[in-house]
Design a protein around this ligand. Sequence first.
Ligand SMILES: O=c1ccn([C@@H]2O[C@H](COP(=O)(O)O)[C@@H](O)[C@H]2O)c(=O)[nH]1
Length: 271
Amino acid sequence: MTREKLVALIREKGSYLCVGLDTDPAKLPAHLSGDADAVFRFNKAIIDATRAACVSYKINTAFYEALGTKGWEVMEKTVHYIGADHFKIADAKRGDIGNTSTQYARAFFEALPFDAVTVAPYMGEDSVRPFLEYEGKWAIVLGLTSNKGAQDFELQASGEGLLYERVLKTVSGWGTDQNLMFVVGATQADAFIRIRELVPGHFLLVPGVGAQGGSLEQVSEKAMNKDCGLLVNASRAVIYASGKEDFADAAAAVAGQYQAEMAAYLQRFNG
Ligand SMILES: O=c1ccn([C@@H]2O[C@H](COP(=O)(O)O)[C@@H](O)[C@H]2O)c(=O)[nH]1
């Protein structure tokens, strides 16, 4: 999906919500049996219930890889079921020597119809570049993550600044704001102003609202740019809004609430 189409979707829906399909068979409502087919039935119901409120879905591949071959099949069925009108992210955190990253890019962009893959930048330019070579596809590179461990490396001094600042500066030179985004955790609100100084035009994928406690308002106020420039992810807060038979209605209600807040922030912070 091109940036132009993504921005148009955000404007049309008044939403920059990305629903995370981190589906764990152990957390399914009791009336769905906990096998891989049940995971697909659950995903389908969540997608049907939330598609009007969001512009994107993020599939964290770990939850599917953990189920073996069947899990990969469910992921494939799920990404096809989402369809062309949502921005589809494989949260796979890949990246390897160029020859191997090329195969990862083929896996997610050719064998599967994802629009974007999350990529770890630790191995440098040749590990990221293969994900940037597809028209209308995106690499979403880890910048400043939402977890406590961000302190271990990302927030440590490196040269004149912090390591994550160096990553944003360097990696932004490898692609453009049409094929490269960055992951920045909603829990890192203090860093958003600095991040926008470094990458004013890029989209940011922002996980960490909902279950991790990040503030949607703070993220929106500090990091929205003229094209919105944000995809804010919520996984558990939406998909497990109810653990009972009404799980899809409950997910629709939470997603709708996020959409309403986002529509207001688009007015307030983005004109
Ligand atoms: O810095 C990061 C990078 C990725 N994630 C992923 O986003 C979702 C968040 O799930 P919630 O249930 O909304 O907390 C999950 O897939 C993480 O692996 C992140 O949280 N932080």
